[in-house]
Design a binder for this molecule. Structure first.
Ligand code: NAI
Length: 384
């Protein structure tokens, strides 16, 4: 039987992205015989793609129920409880499932018999780079964070020489130099700021410096390990406690701090304490990209913009959704790369022995397949 792919309209508040854009759908339709792409009415509106654009690309525009009845569902955000109710045995769901943040969602999907592939769990191996949705979205987050900071800062970013005098460039400190941090550094640099980068993983020094920023050296060496995927491992408790005080003088000198430090599956490390915020100049800006994981700044309120000690502290939760055209396009490419990887004779039949599918498989055959997610669910199971 011919394969059908469903593209529902995203319903999470503020989510303007769509999981498949017309251009990317068009290319997939051209390569898979008999494929049907069912797009829910209005699904592309937030990303400026009309129903007519999808139809012109060869997709069918359908109602919500029909979209949810497809063999393979592609989504951006993980499904709500109502959406999970629409899914059933044998269906495949691909999306950003927040597996470690929302383990109960995985449990519910497993109970419905859904095969779930979580884009966050795609292994970071070179063969899977084209499926790396996290990097694509982090990069957008980093770019937007720098733009947001520049817009909020009551100062220029670049050095400016005018008849009225010379303005010194803003000092931007980026904490965490992973994908988002490096993009924030590159963007702040292009806007003319004096940029500093900091991370606990030693290999980041070279990356920070290659972007023309200075690497921040702490007075006492605090270096962390990274696992085989390149993710940071949590620092020992004693180092964790010293880090904010050691960073304080560097934060105090910054006009802008963009913080991006994360440890997968752990609360975000505290890097900016109350004293450090107090030591910043009035009007300074902190953009805390770690806000969804509790934040790197002691004052961060997730999803809010607040002012403490005359410093603006922003805790955005979904900056990629604020740039929905490119975010949807790049996300769609990673999702389609995953579909193509699992195609066999015109159907979606992934090989779960293959590392890409073994790792990204969140639920299958009525079970939660990811060990860490199962570990998070177990205490609840014991209580039950
Ligand atoms: P992330 O979003 O999990 O973390 C962001 C950054 O925070 C990391 O660089 C981490 O070292 C840093 N960090 C954690 N705790 C910190 C602390 N206490 N103080 C300061 N910094 C701290 O990581 P992201 O950006 O998703 O990726 C991290 C790395 O993974 C990349 O830089 C790269 O080396 C690797 N990677 C590999 C890919 C591949 O092979 N396909 C693709 C993408 C990333």
């Amino acid at each position: 039987m011919a394969l059908s792919i469903g593209v529902p309209r995203e319903t999470e508040a503020g989510e303007a992205r769509v999981a498949l854009v017309p251009d990317v759908a068009d290319r997939l339709l051209a390569t898979v015989d008999g494929l049907e792409v069912r797009v829910e009415e209005g699904a592309g509106n937030g990303a400026y793609h009309t129903d007519a654009d999808y139809e012109a690309a060869g997709c069918s525009v359908v109602d919500r129920e029909q979209a949810f009845a497809a063999d393979v569902l592609v989504k951006v955000a993980g499904p709500s409880n109502d959406e999970i109710e629409l899914l059933g045995d044998g269906q495949v769901l691909i999306g950003l499932m927040d597996p470690l943040g929302a383990p109960e969602r995985a449990q519910a999907l497993a109970e419905r018999g859904v095969t779930t592939l979580a884009m966050e769990l795609v292994p970071r191996i070179s063969r899977a780079q084209k499926l790396d949705a996290l990097s694509a979205m982090s990069s957008i987050g980093g770019y937007r964070a720098a733009i947001l900071a520049a817009e909020r800062l009551p100062k220029f970013f670049p050095l400016l020489t005018t008849a009225a005098g010379t303005v010194r460039p803003a000092r931007v400190l980026v904490l965490g130099a992973g994908v988002a941090g490096l993009q924030a550094i590159a963007t702040a640099k292009r806007l003319g700021a004096k940029v500093f980068g900091y991370d606990i993983r030693e290999p980041t020094r070279e990356e920070v410096e290659s972007l023309g920023a200075s690497f921040v050296e702490l007075e006492v060496d605090i270096e962390g390990d990274q696992d085989e995927s390149g993710y940071a491992e949590e620092l020992e408790k004693e180092k964790q406690e010293r880090q904010p005080e050691l960073l304080k003088p560097h934060i105090a000198e910054a006009d802008v701090v963009i913080s991006t430090a994360l440890i997968p599956g752990r609360p975000a490390p505290l890097l900016i304490n109350e004293n450090a915020v107090e030591a910043m100049d009035p009007g300074s800006v902190i953009v805390d990209l770690a806000a969804p994981n509790g934040g790197n700044c002691a004052y961060t309120e997730t999803g809010e913009e607040i002012v403490e000690h005359n410093v603006q502290i922003l805790g955005p939760t979904n900056l990629p959704a604020e740039m929905p055209v490119h975010a949807s396009e790049l996300y769609a490419k990673t999702v389609v790369a995953m579909i193509e990887e699992g195609l066999a004779d015109g159907t979606f039949a992934p090989d779960f022995e293959d590392q890409i599918f073994a790792d990204s498989c969140l639920t299958r055959d009525g079970e939660v397949r990811n060990e860490r997610v199962r570990g998070l669910l177990e205490p609840e199971e014991k209580d039950a």
